[in-house]
Ligand binder design. Sequence first.
Ligand SMILES: Cc1ncc(COP(=O)(O)O)c(C=O)c1O
Length: 347
Amino acid sequence: MSGPVLRIDLDDFAANLTVVRARVAPAQLMLVVKDDAYGHGIERVVRRAAAEGVRWFGAFDVREAIRARSAAGPEARIFSWLTVGRTEIAEALSADIDLGVGDAGFLEDIAAVAGGVGAVARVHLKIDTGLHRNGIRPEEWPEVLERSRTLEHEGVVRIVGVWSHIAEASDREDDDARALFEDAVTAAQAAGITLEVRHLSASAASFARPEFRYDLVRVGAFCYGVRSAGGPAEADLGIRPIAALNAPVTHVSEHAVTLGVGSLHGLPSSLAKRAALAPVEGRLSVEHVDLGHTEVAAWPHAAIGDEVTVFGAGGASATDLAEAIGTVGEEILVRVSPLVPRVYRGE
Ligand SMILES: Cc1ncc(COP(=O)(O)O)c(C=O)c1O
């Protein structure tokens, strides 16, 4: 190898899917594929997951949802959760995408576009349970439900879901969020809405807290083998990282080894003096990261051309590196530059 390579093992991915699905059953898995499937490549990931029987996919925006639709085929359900403009709503409806709705104005836009093209939009109403990122405020909820019923009667929308997103940072806050979520679901049902799915939790709560699973769980990180920063180890969760960033040794001196990977490839320069490329403290400690190279502590018999695991299976995990610089494993993965070739196993 002459430069870094991101090796992605789709068989390991399939094994993680099996673990996650068994854990959350009878709830179904919605595989989250935002940010190009956390840097793993949306098309290949979705294709493999669909072949493994995954039926729901969660995308950040309509652009990604449409990519997921092409890869998953017509039977899959694709959910897009970002509020978008009318052009994208039309594109989403023609690709049969389910739309997340976090404000009353967006519901009107969807109804107008659906009415114009003779479609019935499938909508998942989002209640704001405390994150304040986006979501209908509890005090506005009754009015939005009433309006939803009217639009259902007009035949332009069908409310198929109620959902929200939680911080998964403290059980107490998550419990408070869940109480608001329960109230929102109860109110929707009392308003005469027939819900197909309720979804609230992501990786951590889906695994640890059965009462958060409802009908669907939106899981990204654990399916890709990325554990939560500060959370249980991959082995305890039964998952393994599906990607490994490998880089060649390009120079060897008495005290240091240089690897052909640097910040231009997406490696944070802040790893210097803080992280080690193996889970053992002090082993292969990162000395310096420049644009194209990374210097690590020397080890016996290092030779130019050797391939070193910067993170991933067999080395430090993305979350190990992330913890050293106060971030999360997802960030380490999505930073890997599109210039770094992806090599897939198990296609
Ligand atoms: C709305 C929403 N649902 C689910 C997820 C998946 O989270 P995780 O990767 O922790 O499973 C995310 C991730 O950012 C999200 O924003």
